[in-house]
Design a protein around this ligand. Structure first.
Ligand code: AGP
Length: 613
């Protein structure tokens, strides 16, 4: 996720902005830049790569102004190059942006037709063009920003400065977080308070669709329609734990927002972004030896608990489809008590975020006693399961604090997708063209996850309407079936409401009797190979008065017509759909639980790692 810092005041903007951007590095980025006033004009300095590259470029740069903005960019539209780095400058306007402008193609075409010189591949630069064009009419930066907002669709937060107004900064928030820091005769804007704690403890948290005008030592806040708002100033007395939340209300929400980055991190060791090939990297066995092991494995057995088990269900579909290897999956708490038949040529895998789940560890030890090769996928390196496995894979999603697993799950799906592709490649059942297509689709997934995060705002407003249902029936087919199970688990463990995941095709065998207008049907119905059959299951539910919340691909008019609530997912390869469907279900459970007043990070009766049977 991108990081934003803006500063107006007597200190050296270069120091304040760089310090702030360093505090935002955890958000993940691949280029950075600043625009700071010097001799009455904002001087732009940008660099691809880490902040150190930008610092090197800034070493001999001086600025005599007291206004500037800075940005760490996580590439979504356009590669991480200097030209695509923020801030973007157009005719005296400098702008930084976090989020996605969904209608950027239309805006780009309109601007090009009107003769604009578009220098980058980004959606962000287009916003700078719109403001630069508008400020020529308004001669007022705040009004220019307010006037162009209706032209933009998507979730975006921006900060803009203008050479003609050397004491003014204007920011707008809708989606990604933005806070205003208040100091002695100085003011700040940043993605979260973490960036500013060295300078102030007084903050205003912007809500969606709010604009802030910082002019001299005056701070004014308005609605997107220009109505003035009085906002509370929050004094932050952070304890270390709160600092880690980086301005998010809960760890879980922060970890939901980290998923574009954590999915990219999970992909990175196993894929070549230039050649679009998969090369799975494990610890404990070299790539060639692991490929040989996959080739000779006759049966694959995966054991896990809870959310990790639903990921194992996805792996079963992927590996049997792509590599034609039989896959047994089992919840760990059942596995060792059912006298499993385990032959030596079976490859045994555990999936565990914590690497400490007692049942999963016990299953591993049983398989190891029987002489099987043990493959583990963990998030916590050097955890007990990680240490006891022979061959190791990692989720690489960073510490997951919220008890309800989010980013570890999508990282797990990502690594399992790479394992499935590698297995098929090792067995010769994967066409080169299919490998390239699917690796490309996975590499594009982080940007699409950024788009789906916009459902944070949607469920913030919609969750209220979901409170009165007596239960939730999550349904899907194929790869959507395990995601339906995971979505139902999120609702159970966070909102303490009855929720059940089911194979959509199973409805006639019982669940249909459950359905009336107080049972919410959550139907996962992306445009994949199971679409038509899932759609007819949705119609069966609808015909019995069920109220449907459907997830579909793009603006699926047929699906929308049948649904009380419709969530559009970006068009994607079927291998990416499980990642895209997961995020709205996480957000739905999060917001419902929050609005019910429950402890989202520490749900009742649950622990982050179940280290006892
Ligand atoms: C998921 O939200 C829960 N926290 C729980 O089901 C969890 O997935 C399960 O306990 C397994 O944990 P592990 O991945 O650390 O083994």
């Amino acid at each position: 996720m991108c990081g934003i810092v803006g500063y107006l005041g007597p200190l050296n903007p270069k120091d304040v902005i760089l310090q702030g951007l360093k505090k935002l590095e955890y958000r993940g980025y691949d280029s950075a830049g600043v625009a700071i006033l010097h001799h009455g004009k904002a001087k732009q300095v940008r660099a691809p790569g880490k902040l150190s590259a930008l610092e090197d470029k800034l070493k001999n740069e001086t600025f005599d102004g007291h206004l500037g903005i800075g940005h760490t960019r996580w590439a979504t539209h356009g590669a991480p190059t200097e030209t695509n780095a923020h801030p973007h400058q157009v005719d005296g306007i400098s702008l930084v942006h976090n989020g996605i402008i969904e209608n950027y193609q239309d805006i780009r075409e309109t601007l090009i037709k009107s003769g604009a010189q578009i220098l980058s591949d980004t959606d962000s630069e287009l916003v700078a063009h719109l403001i630069a064009r508008e400020v020529k009419k308004t001669k007022n930066l705040y009004l220019a920003v307010e006037h162009i907002l209706p032209e933009l669709r998507g979730a975006f937060s921006i900060v803009a400065i203008w050479n003609e107004a050397p004491d003014e900064m204007v920011a707008f928030k809708d989606g990604p977080p933005l806070v205003v820091g208040i100091g002695e005769k100085q003011a700040f804007v940043a993605s979260d308070v973490q960036a500013l704690l060295n300078y102030t403890k007084k903050f205003i948290y912007l809500e969606d669709r709010e604009i802030v005008s910082i002019k001299g030592d005056k701070i004014e806040i308005f609605t997107a329609q220009g109505a003035p708002i009085i906002k509370k100033v929050t004094e932050i007395n952070w304890n270390p734990e709160m600092v880690e939340k980086q301005g998010f209300a809960h760890f879980m929400l922060k970890e939901i927002y980290e998923q574009p980055r954590s999915v990219a991190a999970a992909l990175e060791p196993h894929t070549n972004a230039q050649t679009h090939e998969v090369h799975l990297k494990t610890e404990g066995l070299g790539s060639a030896e692991f490929s040989d092991l996959l080739k000779k494995t006759k049966r694959f057995c995966i054991v896990a608990c809870g959310t990790s088990f639903y990921a194992a269900q996805v792996a079963k579909y992927l590996i049997e489809t792509l590599a034609q290897v039989p896959v047994d999956i089992d919840v760990a708490s059942e596995f060792r008590y059912r006298s499993p038949v385990l032959e030596k040529d079976t490859l045994f895998m555990t999936i565990s975020q914590s690497g400490e789940t007692a049942d999963t560890l016990a299953a591993l030890r049983l398989a190891k006693e029987k002489g099987l090769q043990i493959l583990s996928l963990c998030n916590v390196k050097n955890s007990t399961i990680d240490r006891e496995a022979h061959i190791k894979l990692y989720m690489l999603s960073g510490p997951e604090i919220g008890v309800a697993s989010t980013k570890a799950f999508t990282s797990t799906l990502t690594v399992l997708s790479c394992l499935s592709l590698q297995w098929a490649k090792s067995k010769g059942t994967l066409l080169k063209a299919d490998e390239k297509e699917m690796v490309q689709a996975l590499l594009a997934a982080p940007a699409q996850l950024e788009v789906v995060l916009a459902y944070d705002k949607y469920f913030k407003e919609t969750a209220q309407k979901l409170k009165n249902y007596r239960g939730f029936l999550y349904m899907g087919r194929g790869l959507s079936y395990p995601i339906a199970m995971e979505g139902a688990l999120k609702m159970k463990e966070l909102a303490y409401l009855h929720a059940e995941g089911y194979a959509a095709g199973e409805m006639k065998h019982g669940p249909l009797a459950l359905i009336d207008n107080r049972m919410a049907i959550v139907m996962l119905c992306p445009k994949d190979q199971w679409y038509e059959k899932t759609f007819s299951n949705l119609e069966e539910a609808k015909a019995r008065g069920g109220e449907v919340l459907a997830l579909g691909t793009g603006e699926d008019e047929n699906l929308k017509r049948k649904s009380h609530f419709y969530l559009a997912l970006p068009k994607a390869h079927w291998i990416v759909n499980p990642l895209l469907s997961t995020i709205p279900l996480q957000l739905m459970a999060y917001h419902l639980a929050f609005q019910l007043g429950y402890d989202v990070d520490q749900p009742r009766n649950l622990a982050k790692s179940v280290t006892v049977e």
